[in-house]
Design a protein around this ligand. Structure first.
Ligand code: GBH
Length: 466
């Protein structure tokens, strides 16, 4: 008798995600040079407790143990990012073979375990030498350097990597990293609006150049996209006018990032609002930005509610609805809980841009996990969070939106950027003194989901024992 609760499509890709600076450690080993995050961590007061990613979870040395954890979960894919400054440690353009070697060993270990490697090329850890030589993304040179590096990785690993993502979340290394208002993201500098807009342009241009470089260099046809934290828009009610408002809001709020990538033009409202500070660019650059991609990755965490609003400024027809002070959240100031983001993200993106394949490339939560006296980590809140979100991912697949997979953030507790090691997002607990890993209750929950390919029911053999 099949009484499965929320069965997923047969080939649904169940994965987990990490990022280089958050897990690798080995910051000064085998020729790696500092990234802007290594530098930022040395700025007094920038990171909780002045923690750094020098050791992180030591994934660089423990990747075999970590792949064994993935195998025990039944994971079908692992999304990791590459530390650019391991591969190109300086401005000379000369690659570091020891850096490449680490990712070759990781990819081979994954494939040996039957796990698809999914590679993000840039998850915020820009080489410090790019900042020193040409002020990072402020310069178009950064886009070209990025494409060279992306092509190099594809040349050497393209035949063994199942999915490439060029860039992870533009706002976190641009908007939030280049403005005074939020000194939580490296390089933590302050630039003018005009400079920020030009840097945004260089980053989407770098994405397009990288897509082309990956395709040109990979020995076998590569699947390429990016991972973006679109505004996680939810219409306040499921009615035609609020849904239409949500679509318009998503297109406009993505006006400098996904909109030009998918449409080949910046959103007119973005250009108008920036007026004389709007980016300067050529038609041929815009064509590069608009290079077709195979997939889009959505990092989905916290809802932004949108309503139809005829009184909104400029006749745009929509406005944001703020969450009040007691809106429920997980253990981050911004992590409001809104499980239907896993439905609306894929639905709105596919309705607006007709994307061939959508992956949720991140979803998960922080929870103040503490081992019990017997050493278990019973993170019931995270299990609740994951299960409720997956119900809505299921809805997206059941209604035929092209949602092909889900990567849980994160495989391990790790270096949570400005929060250092004070916030735990993992389904494996990491003791940061001993670096020992312990599966949490949520890891057993996730293993059950993967094994059933459903959220419950079936043969009723849940409970995590295999
Ligand atoms: C992800 O971004 C990152 O990709 C991942 O590296 C990180 O570990 C994970 O989130 C958990 O944080 O401070 O009020 O300005 C998620 C998207 C975008 C959510 C920036 C928080 C900052 C809000 N994040 N946002 S605020």
């Amino acid at each position: 008798m099949s009484n499965l609760f929320c069965p997923f499509p047969k080939d649904f890709l169940w994965g987990a995600a990490t990022a280089a600076y958050q897990v690798e450690g080995a910051a000064r080993e085998d020729g790696r040079t500092p990234s802007v995050w290594d530098t930022f961590c040395r700025r007094s007061g920038a990171i909780a407790m002045d923690y750094t990613g020098d050791v992180a979870t030591d994934h660089y040395h423990r990747f075999k143990e970590d792949v064994a954890l993935m195998k025990a979960l039944g994971l079908k894919a692992y999304r990791f990012s590459v530390s650019w400054s391991r591969i190109f440690p300086d401005a000379s353009g000369k690659a570091n073979p020891k850096g490449l070697d680490f990712y070759q060993r990781l990819v081979d270990e994954l494939r040996g375990a039957g796990i698809e490697p999914w590679m993000t090329l840039f998850h915020w850890d820009l080489p410090q030498w790019t900042e020193d030589s040409f002020r990072g993304w402020e310069s178009k040179q950064c886009a070209h350097a990025f494409a060279d590096y992306a092509g190099f990785m594809a040349k050497h690993l393209g035949d063994r990597v199942s999915g490439f993502m060029t860039i992870n979340e533009f706002t976190c290394f641009l908007d939030k990293a280049y403005t005074a208002s939020n000194e939580q993201f490296a390089p933590g500098k302050v630039v003018s609006r005009r400079v920020l807009n030009q840097a945004r342009h260089h980053a989407v241009y770098g994405h397009g150049l990288a897509v082309q470089a990956i395709r040109a260099s990979s020995p076998t046809p590569a699947r390429v996209g990016l991972a973006e934290n679109i505004p996680n828009i939810v219409p306040i009610l499921e009615s035609p006018e609020h849904i239409a408002a949500a679509r318009n809001a998503l297109r406009e709020l993505s006006g400098m990032y996904l909109t030009p990538i998918f449409e080949g033009a910046y959103h007119p409202a973005y250009l108008e609002s920036q007026a004389a500070d709007a980016p300067v660019f050529t038609d041929s650059e815009m064509k590069v930005i608009h290079t077709p991609i195979d997939l889009v990755g959505l990092n989905l965490y916290a809802p932004t509610y949108i309503r139809h609003d005829p009184a909104a400024p400029r006749g745009r027809g929509w406005s944001k609805v703020r969450n009040d002070a007691h809106y429920p959240r997980m253990d981050m100031p911004w992590l409001h809980i809104g499980p239907s983001i896993l439905y609306w993200g894929p639905r709105l993106v596919s309705e607006i841009w007709k994307v061939p394949a959508i992956y949720i490339t991140e979803n998960g939560c922080a929870n103040p996990d503490r081992p019990t006296a017997s050493g278990e980590i019973l993170d019931t809140a995270r299990v609740m969070y994951l299960q409720q979100h997956l119900v809505h991912a299921h809805r997206a697949t059941a209604e035929g939106y092209p949602l092909k997979g889900y990567f849980l953030w994160s495989l391990l507790d790790n270096f949570e950027w400005a929060f250092g090691y004070t916030k735990r997002f993992g389904i494996h607990y990491v003791n940061f003194e001993t670096l020992e890993r312990t599966p949490k209750l949520s890891a057993r929950f996730y293993a059950d989901v993967i094994r059933r390919n459903a959220l419950g029911g079936g043969d009723g053999d849940g409970g995590g024992e295999r």
